[in-house]
Design a protein around this ligand. Structure first.
Ligand SMILES: [Cu+2]
Length: 244
């Protein structure tokens, strides 16, 4: 029985380490295609959920089996544990630990891949500057156009936001794109996201920054490219006229 378990556990370990296709969420992506960061998070979360469920169920089943098998049958009965050979005793301790570790390392490798994609800005990303302040989001476009609490972007283009803070630490969080980055005075940080389709997405501050922190919200409006170009041209004109 012990020998069988040891063999079975060894086999599961090999399957865990080699059986799952590595970095499955990247499969089918052509080179140069923009990484799907929210999809990557989703994939990682599902993987974690499945792995801990499978491992948890197997370990719980073995525990229940032993609880029943070695239960006390008569009052006053003393336990008679099975005699294990040193190799079997070591196997029982080391193999389950290896199963956990193999899975941990696999998930860590997937997280690392995703993290690198989050930190690598795609080429030709549209860049917007952001200054956080108590309590507003102040955006500046390459053309000099400025907006507050509203970030209009062209849909179908990756957007990179380079940010800093005027006062305290804020955190630029876009739940729909599953990205979040701190804004700190004296430092420039960045985050990128990819609004595939036109739509509106919430921006919220994820770092407590004072009494009106909870109202520090904004909106991302992803527009059709030509509409966006028209809008930015009109804004440029308006700001030039206003400044003259
Ligand atoms: Cu804030």
């Amino acid at each position: 029985m012990i020998g069988k378990f040891v063999n079975g556990a060894g086999l599961s370990l090999i399957m865990l380490a080699t059986g799952s296709p590595a970095f499955a969420y990247k499969e089918g992506r052509s080179p140069g295609e923009i990484p799907d960061i929210p999809g990557g998070w989703q994939h990682l979360f599902h993987e974690l959920l499945i792995d801990i469920t499978v491992i948890g169920v197997i370990f719980a089943a073995i525990t229940i089996y032993f609880l029943i098998k070695y239960r006390r049958r008569q009052p006053g009965q003393e336990g008679r544990p099975p005699k294990l050979s040193p190799a079997a005793a070591i196997g029982w301790a080391v193999i389950p630990a290896f199963i956990f570790m193999a899975d941990d390392l696999y998930l860590a490798a997937e997280s690392w891949t995703l993290f690198n994609e989050i930190r690598t800005v795609p080429e030709n990303a549209y860049e917007v500057k952001l200054e956080g302040a108590m309590w507003s989001w102040n955006f500046k476009y390459p053309d000099g156009v400025e907006t507050t609490n509203e970030l209009r972007v062209p849909a179908g283009t990756p957007i990179v936001v380079r940010m800093t803070s005027r006062d305290v630490i804020h955190s630029f969080f876009i739940p729909d794109f599953k990205v979040k980055e701190d804004l700190m005075p004296g430092r420039i940080t960045y985050v990128w996201f990819y609004p595939k389709d036109p739509g509106e997405y919430l921006i919220t501050c994820a770092e407590y920054c004072g009494v009106i922190h909870s109202s520090m919200r904004g909106t991302i409006i992803a527009m059709q490219k030509d509409e966006f170009n028209k809008w930015i041209e009109a804004e440029k004109k308006a700001s030039m006229e206003g400044g003259a």
